[in-house]
Design a protein around this ligand. Structure first.
Ligand code: UDP
Ligand code: MG
Length: 316
């Protein structure tokens, strides 16, 4: 029997969803019958999420809340949760009920069978999501799995119940640019994929615009693959080869047909094209350099302004 379960809940403007989540998850945990804690992380919400958290903590001694000094993003909120959760089993869950608490007993059961170190929820469909978004999401998973050695499963959410050992490994991965789907895969351990039907949010709206998601995808690729850098080398070799062929053609043409001055347009096209390709590759390198720059600064992942728990490290 599990002695303690910690549920980490990153919250950004979730004043409507959070009480519902707390109620539903609380029911499930009571039924399971082991010790548990909620770790609500207020990620600089602009609504009344923090007061809702404080209220819930007054009613329920299982609630710990941590409040950031500003919005640091879901990744930072999850990291803060991991660093402060002390359960033997730990899960990250969204406040919007898209990670159904009703899956917890079965997930726990699978973990306790001893065969796995983590049980991860995986959406088998993307009901309620726009087709364009789904299409891009699928392409992203294809691509990142082809070019990186972290195993990143399509439809996987951040929702997974894991054992202490895995949590410790995740805390050790203290990189500044965090991409949890990659980190979970990278640390390894035996993972069981638990399929379920997608659920739509109970209240509020998604914080992920298409553009934000796109940038997140690019971050994921840059954080877990060096393939884009290789692209520059291979592209360069390819172009050199093509240029060499052109050279031969031009020399032969000069010798055989003489040299009527022509081809101004084609030269301009080639120059612009090559300029574009070079800028593109420079941009890729810039992305990696920017990441390296941020990592070397060793800035904290988050700053906590308030919490109801003793002994929490405020800056980390
Ligand atoms: N979230 C957060 N900080 C942010 C954005 C989101 O803590 O800057 C939380 C949000 O409150 C929710 C979870 O991350 O609990 C997932 O966000 P959302 O439901 O908007 O994403 P989606 O489910 O649409 O991918
Ligand atoms: Mg959601």
């Amino acid at each position: 029997m599990a002695s303690k379960i910690s549920l980490i809940v990153p919250c950004y403007n979730e004043q409507e969803s959070l009480p519902i989540f707390h109620l539903e998850a609380g029911k499930v945990l009571k039924e399971i019958g082991c010790d548990y804690e909620f770790i609500f992380v207020n990620d600089g919400s602009r609504d009344d999420t923090l007061s809702v958290m404080k209220q819930l903590a007054e009613w329920d001694e299982h609630v710990t809340w941590i409040s950031f000094s500003r919005n640091f993003g879901k990744e930072a909120a999850m990291y803060a949760g991991f660093c402060n959760a002390d359960g033997d089993y730990v899960a990250v869950m969204d406040a919007d009920m898209q990670d159904p608490p009703s899956l917890l007993p079965e997930m726990l059961h699978l973990l306790e069978s001893g065969e796995y170190d983590s049980v991860a929820a995986r959406r088998v469909n993307r009901k309620g999501e726009s087709p364009v978004r789904s299409w891009f999401a699928r392409r992203f998973y294809r691509l990142i799995n082809a070019i990186s050695d972290a195993d990143i499963v399509d439809g996987a959410r951040d929702f997974r119940l894991m054992k202490r050992e895995m949590v410790e490994a995740i805390i050790e991965m203290s990189e500044y640019n965090r991409f949890s789907k990659g980190i979970f895969g990278w640390v390894g351990f035996r993972t069981c994929w638990y399929p379920y039907e997608n659920v739509e949010r109970v209240a509020g709206e998604t914080k992920w615009s298409f553009w934000k998601l796109f940038k997140y995808a690019i971050d994921g690729i840059i954080n877990f693959s060096q393939a884009p850098l290789d692209l520059a080398s291979w592209g360069g070799i390819g172009m050199t080869f093509v240029a060499f062929l052109f050279l031969i053609v031009i020399v032969v043409r000069r010798l055989v047909f003489g040299d009527p001055v022509a081809g101004w347009a084609s030269i301009i096209c080639v120059i612009i094209f090559i300029g574009g390709v070079q800028l593109f590759y420079l941009g890729i390198m810039g992305q990696y350099i920017a990441k390296t720059y941020m990592e070397t600064k060793h800035r904290p992942h988050y700053i906590i302004s308030e919490t109801n728990r003793d002994g929490v490290k405020k800056v980390r």
